[in-house]
Design a protein around this ligand. Structure first.
Ligand code: MN
Ligand code: MN
Length: 317
């Protein structure tokens, strides 16, 4: 049978540990021609403030994604039955100059989204969300954001720099890339410099759901509220793997204890079904600190779950 859409290479065609490591063993292409969605890597970690290593994130997420199969047993999503998807490789960042890298990423995403392809990004540190949102704003207008993270990433400056992995959402709100009334930050916790670390986004209209408010609970009701309040209009999912507890995702640069469980992470992404998701990222996986590979596997799985909630996905129900 001739398949209409690209399919992940099956484990009965080539052993899962064999072949060239593309995301989910999908075909690779160099542009987004004909694609409804793409996986794309941004191997950047020069915006990090503590442990580095996220530059290796895209490679390791691809490597661990070899175990992912096409059909979602939990949600009955069959994304490869109705979407054309490929891995378009990595953005050629300038690893010596963060300032010069930002416009490189913007240009790459302008190209990716120009014909409506939905980018699902393998990070990379969280700095990358700023140039991605700039490109998406040009295409779609102001964007709603579901942001999962231990940190609000709204620092005004870090060591005097306006661009770093702890500042992107400050810039995104200042530049009016996002609509703060359609933005939620989930999983925030840990020690801060001052109460303002979490109160500033609240003062801008962002809904902040600290980790403690999530403990011991299903997040299905929260996501129902978010879908209701966001309504129609473009939405971006930005998932910092450190939003999960380091017991589940130790391979990251700025871990904080007391975080979300994997189950809650899945509930959040699955709860985005019905929103007009126009892109997503999974950032801050740092393979040198990921001795079991489980952080990269979790990251790969969450990216697959993002694919499963894109508009136009077929569900077997
Ligand atoms: Mn974080
Ligand atoms: Mn972050």
């Amino acid at each position: 049978m001739v398949q209409k859409y690209n399919q992940p290479l099956g484990g009965n065609e080539m052993p899962r540990f064999g072949g060239i490591a593309s995301m989910m063993r999908l075909p690779q292409q160099s542009n987004t021609d004909g694609l409804d969605a793409c996986f794309v890597g941004v191997p950047l970690d020069t915006g990090t403030s503590n442990r580095s290593g996220a530059r290796y994130g895209p490679r390791e997420i691809r490597a661990e994604s070899c175990l992912l199969r096409p059909y979602n047993m939990a949600t009955r999503a069959a994304p490869f039955d109705s979407l054309q998807v490929a891995d378009i490789g990595d953005v050629a960042i300038n690893t010596f100059n963060l300032q010069k890298t930002i416009p490189i990423i913007e240009q790459a995403y302008d190209d990716i989204v120009k014909n409506g392809c939905v980018p699902l990004t393998l990070g990379g540190d969280h700095t990358i969300v700023l140039p991605i949102l700039r490109a998406l704003k040009r295409k779609y207008g102001k964007i709603g954001v579901v942001h999962i993270d231990a940190h609000a990433d709204i620092n005004d400056h870090m060591f005097g720099e306006a661009i770093a992995h702890g500042t992107p959402f400050r810039r995104a709100i200042e530049e009016e890339l996002v609509d703060p009334k359609r933005m939620v930050q989930i999983g925030l916790r840990g020690t801060g410099y001052a109460a303002d670390d979490f109160d500033w986004p609240r003062s801008q209209g962002v809904r902040v759901v600290q980790a403690e408010a999530c403990w011991y609970q299903s997040l299905v009701p929260l996501m129902a509220e978010i879908r209701e309040s966001f309504g129609a209009g473009p939405v971006y999912i930005s998932f910092d793997i450190d939003g999960l507890d380091p017991a589940f995702a130790p391979g990251t640069g700025t871990p904080e204890v007391g975080g979300l469980t994997i189950h809650q992470g899945l509930e959040i992404v699955r709860g985005c079904r019905g929103l007009d998701v126009i892109g997503g990222d999974l950032v801050e996986v740092s393979p040198p600190y990921d001795t079991s590979g489980n952080t990269a596997l979790t990251g790969a799985t969450l990216l697959y779950e993002m694919l499963c909630v894109l508009p136009g996905v077929d569900y077997r129900d």
